[in-house]
Design a protein around this ligand. Structure first.
Ligand code: PLP
Length: 378
């Protein structure tokens, strides 16, 4: 009865696609640590600002741990909404300049929950071909009719929108794409959604904290704050903690409290995590946050010497086939640099790559070492 499992695993092994969990032992922040017996500088984390080990976040978590229980012990709608949750959501709404916000324990759960709550069988959903898996899964859960448009192609989106006769239409896009590091044509997408009476959700998972004058994300950076129906983003990447938010108008947030199943049917996040998220907002809105964003941009500009296409903290080195990708990965590792390979099905067939991510927490010397190693293997 379980033959299918052996068969599937053998198939993965034959294709060189087996995934295994390997231990990474951080030394302080996740930006340095031990991996497969090597001491490495980590260019595979999403800690774009190096906040994961920031003293202000740690102190906030420690203080909350002293004051409150370890676990929240109930779901949000039962007794899991402590002062820490309300404070975090108010702070998030103020930061995002929206009426209200809701915190979820993960970005994955945010997307599946909000998309499934907002779309039904009679809805047309339009997704970029490279949208994150959590967005695709939310669309599948909703039972809406799913349309995929060519990556970052507003014309293809318009072609699909123009054909739709659905009463409710929903567009969802990443703002900064996680595996390609490119940015969605946000002005065009906002314009199309206005023209075609379409709800727009933007996913700022990789841009939260990293872009915008107050770290609000790419919508803020592009002067589009408040132009999407809902903005979601994570506390787990640039903000260095865990979980995610969705921000929008008060009625919609109230609707999500009543209808987002991934919000309703799960135990509330531990107070210490919420406290760390609130502290992370303070840091990214501060002068220090602005300096970290500037430092990150400085690192990206430096990397352009060897990777001309580098434009954001996510820098893919696309090598195409799996053996070539694995060989480059091993070479970097020998040099004490961790840049993990990304293979299908995470990325399309034939586009295997090293996905490098830069952080303001990297030193100039560490960026120089990466540049040196990349010029040797290219
Ligand atoms: C990482 C990611 C998520 C999921 O967020 P988690 O907090 O890691 O669950 C959602 N959307 C995008 C675009 C992401 O990159």
């Amino acid at each position: 009865m379980t033959d299918f499992i052996e068969k599937e695993l053998a198939g993965l092994a034959a294709a060189g696609l087996t995934r295994t969990l390997r231990e990474f032992v951080p030394a302080g922040s996740a930006l340095r640590g031990e991996f497969r017996g090597h001491r490495v500088v980590n260019f595979s984390s999403n800690s774009y600002l190096g906040l994961d080990n920031h003293p202000v976040l740690k102190k906030a978590a420690q203080d909350a741990l002293e004051k409150w229980p370890v676990g929240a012990s109930a779901s949000r709608l039962i007794t899991g909404t402590g002062p820490w949750a309300r404070e975090l959501e108010e702070k998030t709404a103020t930061w995002k300049k929206r009426e209200a916000a809701l915190y979820f324990g993960s970005g994955y759960g945010t997307n599946t929950g909000i998309i499934a709550a907002l779309a039904d069988r009679d809805t047309d959903i339009f997704l970029d071909k490279l949208d994150h898996a959590s967005i695709v899964d939310g669309a599948i859960l909703s039972r809406a009719k799913l349309h995929r448009y060519r990556h970052n192609d507003p014309r293809d989106l318009e072609r699909l929108l123009a054909r739709s006769t659905a009463a409710r239409k929903l567009v969802v896009t990443d703002t900064l794409f996680s595996m390609d590091g490119d940015i969605a044509p946000l002005e065009d997408i906002v314009g199309l959604c206005e023209r075609y009476g379409t709800l727009l959700i933007v996913d700022e998972a990789h841009a939260s904290g990293v872009y915008g004058a107050t770290g609000g994300g790419l919508m803020e950076e592009r002067g589009l704050s408040g132009k999407a129906f809902l903005e979601m983003g994570t506390f787990s990447k640039g903000l260095g903690a865990a979980g995610a938010y969705v921000a929008g108008d008060r009625a919609t947030i109230e609707y999500l409290v009543n209808r987002a199943r991934s919000f309703i049917f799960t135990t509330a996040t531990p107070p210490m995590v919420c406290a760390a998220c609130a502290a992370a907002i303070d840091v990214v809105r501060s002068e220090e946050g602005a300096q970290l964003r500037e430092r990150l941009q400085h690192h990206i500009a430096a990397l352009r010497a060897v990777v001309p296409a580098a434009a954001t903290p996510i820098v893919p080195i696309v090598l195409g086939d799996i053996p070539a990708t694995m060989a480059r990965y091993e070479t970097l590792l020998e040099n004490g640099l961790l840049g993990l390979p990304v293979r299908p099905p995470t990325v399309p067939e034939g586009t295997s790559r090293l996905r490098l991510s830069l952080s303001a927490g990297h030193t100039d010397g560490e960026i120089a070492a990466l540049i040196k190693a990349l010029s040797a293997i290219n």
